[in-house]
Design a protein around this ligand. Structure first.
Ligand code: SF4
Length: 115
């Protein structure tokens, strides 16, 4: 089924997931199951990386991870939300979208920075 990737204000609707980079074993299961290709194995270390602006809270990835490295953002330990590089953007965000991104960070207490 085709699923729309969010843009604009829709970006704020989703809580997304936090990926524990130290626990990830690079199996690729989450990448394979995501219906909107919001996860990729990073080119530098092959760890799963969230494409922040693509995630639509499908959460299939959480159940398939064999090492429980993926958490809903609202349920993720603060320590993980403070780590850098577990997410990045799939494209350049507009100024409005950058504002929504900052609102999302504030709402979920995400202090880590994108790759
Ligand atoms: S399913 Fe889990 S261990 Fe496998 S790549 Fe995704 S986050 Fe890493």
């Amino acid at each position: 089924m085709f699923m729309e990737v969010p843009r604009g204000a829709d970006l704020l609707k989703y809580q997304r997931v936090v990926i524990d980079q130290e626990t990830c074993i690079s199996c690729g299961a989450c990448v394979a199951v995501c219906p909107v290709s919001a996860l990729e194995l990073a080119e530098d270390n092959f760890k799963s990386t969230l494409l922040w602006d693509k995630c639509i809270d499908d959460f299939s990835c959480i159940g398939v991870c064999p090492v429980n490295a993926i958490h809903k953002t609202s349920e993720a330990p603060q320590e993980l939300k403070a780590r850098n590089s577990w997410y990045r953007f799939s494209r350049e965000l507009s100024d409005d979208e950058k504002r929504f991104f900052e609102e999302w960070r504030k709402k979920y207490g995400v202090t880590g920075n994108p790759k």
